[in-house]
Design a protein around this ligand. Structure first.
Ligand code: DLZ
Length: 163
């Protein structure tokens, strides 16, 4: 993901496969909405930039990041979605809540991909403070939503190529 040393949102568009035949599900957490809506917008814009049809992008919200893996499972269960992208933002607080949520989403996201044999992309910002989240949701370090979209496209392409 974008770090203070590298903006991974900067890339060569020609290196990204066309995704006009792919179907995507995006699940977005309502917590830290100003951040997650910017991430989701970046994600949708990047999918469309590389050919995705808007009718092939299903976007739903869940109350918080902890609910992202189950939201992704609902989407994969109910449609012919090729990949799901889980988008959230967890900001470090004074309690250990942060650790439990981040660990659960990471684990749930990975298990979801394995269970359905489909890309399940970890689009969760886990930051120490709000400024770090702003910097990574369309700020000086790019937009992790863009990066999540690129990961989904590349992984669906890889799966189809290997079939
Ligand atoms: C409870 C909670 C807290 C403290 N912080 C965040 C956060 O920074 N980002 C986020 O997406 N969600 C947070 N939540 C909500 C949990 O993800 C979850 O929705 C609730 O614990 C209910 O399961």
């Amino acid at each position: 993901m974008a770090t203070s040393l590298k903006n991974l949102s900067a890339y060569d568009p020609a290196s990204v496969p066309d995704c006009s035949e792919f179907k995507f599900g995006i699940v977005v957490s309502e917590w830290n909405e100003s951040i997650t809506s910017a991430l989701a917008q970046g994600c949708v814009d990047t999918l469309v930039k590389h050919g995705a049809k808007i009718e092939n992008i299903r976007l739903h919200t869940v109350p918080g990041s902890f609910e992202l893996p189950l939201g992704g499972q609902f989407l994969l269960d109910s449609s012919d979605t090729d990949a799901v992208i889980l988008i959230g933002c967890v900001i470090q607080g004074e309690t250990r809540h942060f650790d439990f949520i981040c660990q659960a989403v990471a684990q749930g996201c990975m298990e979801l991909g394995m269970k359905y044999n489909k890309p399940s992309v970890f689009g969760l910002l886990t930051t120490n403070n709000l400024q770090q989240a702003i910097d990574r949701s369309g700020g000086i370090h790019g937009n992790k939503g863009d990066e999540a979209a690129l990961t989904a496209i590349k992984m669906v392409h890889l799966k189809r190529k290997l079939k």
